[in-house]
Design a protein around this ligand. Sequence first.
Ligand SMILES: Cc1ncc(COP(=O)(O)O)c(C=O)c1O
Length: 392
Amino acid sequence: MFFSTRLPKSLEPNQFTKILEEKRATGAKILDLTQANPTTAGFAFGPAFPISPADEPAKGYEPSAQGLLATREAIGEYYLNNNHGRIDSDDLLLTASTSEAYSFLLKLLTDPGDEILIPAPSYPLFDFLATLENVRPSRYMLREDTAGHWRIDFTSLEGEISRLTRAIVVVNPNNPTGSYMTADELQRLSALCLTHDLALIVDEVFLDYKNPGSSATPISAIAGNTALTFTMSGLSKVLALPQVKLSWIHVNGPEPQKTMAKQRLEFIADTYLSVNSMIQHAAGALFSCQEGVQREILARIRTNETLLQSQTGLTPALREGGWYAILNLPETIGDEQCCLDLLRESAVLVHPGFFYDFVENNRIVVSLITPEEDFRLGLLLLQDYFNSQHRI
Ligand SMILES: Cc1ncc(COP(=O)(O)O)c(C=O)c1O
């Protein structure tokens, strides 16, 4: 075969994309309840960002594998200002995106054929991020406890550890379950990593978006130093700026692994030097917009979640944070059928739970940053659909 086996065998669009394209071709308005791109979701904050493209290039090019010190210091301030903890800017390395951070970490930690443990349900991109690095993703389960909190199933996690496992990935809070990693989970994960010689990779892009109605206590993994711990985040969610392409990896853990990891990450980053200098210079000013941006996003989430609770007969799962809601379907309707019906018949787009590897087939996922009017109209159609199913 001509092309790498790292790539999917077929790049054909899936059934959902095909129906979506057919609908769009007819000029139909799609009520997309999965909208997660903050730049097209009708927020007011966009134009206020203090980037001046006209004069930034004049600052010149100072190639730095780790990233400019002033930018790393601005990120350190972000952690302090948000009560996430204190970091040393020397423990940070900049990347162009969180996805790139994953690829750097897999280059650092794995050889072809190795395995990483990823949560299920969780972020659908993991399969691609892993296989593009020739690594096999192996899933451990999150389960709802009796109070409805999604927690790590340590029996399933330990059962998946093999001699090929190199790292455990945690998303804090997880997408789409919105569950924060607890202090106890961090401690147990670190202990497991130490015992089995694994690294801990924690993705905290949604850390700031706590549900004010939840009693969860967000904790960042930056303080985790028992095992080699990599904590990632970036401006795509912190400032709702996916287009500026600035993320970071924080490294912590016992010596000499910590220093060795930092040196090797710098070597990888130096090979690409992918982070735009203009954005690095602008980062300090950009962070000054954080409060306004996050306030507006949290207000949108609150409005949509209130609608969800008042306008549908469906019970959303408990949500500690993040941008997504999980809806539990009536037992009689499967997620795939429900999503295909809604798209075909009502032009409403919602995600089936299987996109996120839910084991149950009665979950659908919506984005709570969807523009409010689309969300309201979409929920009405969703309710009509469920009423019609009841009558059958
Ligand atoms: C859990 C999680 N991590 C990372 C990302 C992507 O971040 P970036 O745009 O910085 O690659 C997303 C995007 O939705 C996400 O949900």
